[in-house]
Write a protein that binds this ligand. Sequence first.
Ligand code: NBP
Length: 477
Amino acid sequence: TTAQIGVTGLAVMGRNLARNFARNGYTVALHNRTVSKTRELVENFGDEGDFIAAETAKEFVAALERPRRLVIMVKAGDPTDAVIEEFAPLLEPGDMIIDGGNAHFADTRRREKALREQGIHFVGMGVSGGEEGALHGPSIMPGGPKESYDSLGPMLEKISAKAADGAPCVTHIGPDGAGHFVKMVHNGIEYADMQLIGEAYQLLRDVAGYSPAQIADVFRTWNTGRLDSYLIEITAEVLAHVDAATGKPFVDVVVDQAEQKGTGRWTVQIALDLGVPVSGIAEAVFARSLSGHAGLRAASQGLAGPKPTPLSEAEAAAFADRVEQALYASKIVSYTQGFHEIQAGSDEYGWDVDLGAVSSIWRGGCIIRAAFLDRIRAAYDARADLPSLLSDETFAREIAGAQDDWREVVIAATREGVAVPGFSAALAYYDALRAERLPAALTQGQRDFFGAHTYRRVDREGAFHTLWGGDRSEVTA
Ligand code: NBP
């Protein structure tokens, strides 16, 4: 027998993805650099489906039906290149290498180009949902040549998560690096979502005076409304959890220094290159790095802050409702920014990404899955060339309804000395976008003053310069 698909790299993700393919009726060839992992998989899960265990690269390639479909699930970066170098010489034109790791999309573009010259289809495939998703159905974001999706797509549709309406959470995102780009922005949005939730928690704790258990209840309630999402759901679980060793809330015994693996940082770096303001995602990345500067934080203990204002029970409950509004409005902004980045990447690289389809495949399987994504889908269904999510009537109306509370929450946070970089950056983005005039005019004046960088006028075409060091008359540049 031959395998319809092979997976090399059998750590948590690769193992679960291989099991998912097998459970869906595919024969799966298995390979891992360390052979014992391949054997372990067959020993522990061999009864779940048809596996062909291969010990060498040659055996692995020989086990695959042609054209071959070979999934790489190894550590991103150099290991991925090493594995491609190992397998590419053993493959034939028309075969397919699918990289399911968290590759940087620029690496994916480079690899796709090199393999295309050999006639090998290279598919950079974003996979979201962690190890559980890989096993039970992830959200899958494949890029690469469109024709590769004709044979790979149906298999991915089988193993992917399904949205509530039954639609598979996978679509061909676009050529070369499009899939990994969209996965990267997905992760950036995930950072922003988590930061906003973190700020909501801190406000409920420090301003409303709630305990973690009480806040867990608040999140459970929110999860029955428009904020219904996986992240809100697990937040309630984490907050309700009590540490067995100390009897304290779990959240109080965890070191408050957030780690990161890099996809959030990439989202911001690429946004800077593309000139897209993703301030919410950037603040989320910076908040994690700030938290990790233990020395700096220790040296800052004792810096002056405001006196806290205690709230009555009724005031605290009213405040919690306002925080829900602020969280929802800020969430709309961070998705607006993330989708702007995808649009800009799509324009830059000619990917023709369908933003509605992206929101659609994020509805199940992935970390940011949420009822909210149905609304984004509806916004793009109503108007495919929507300039921004904020220009969608429904979102604009919802923000209009939330903005007073959103502002009050940022004011309260500022007054009480609680850092809310996500809420306030989102609000600043919103206010800057809707402003009729921005201080950018002054910036242009300054630039012209010190560097003769010239400016445009509101009333005439052309570039102008004022002779700042002379008689201050205006000349055409
Ligand atoms: P890891 O990222 O921990 O990678 C471990 C795998 O890489 C093992 O199979 C290991 O083989 C193999 N490997 C390494 Br390391 N260097 C190699 C080399 N030079 N040649 C061949 N194989 C090599 O595994 P993971 O956590 O399962 O993640 C796999 C990919 O999926 C990563 O790119 C990750 O970013 C991505 N991802 C992970 C998650 C998640 O929730 N964990 C979610 C979404 C995407 P060995 O057994 O011989 O050491």
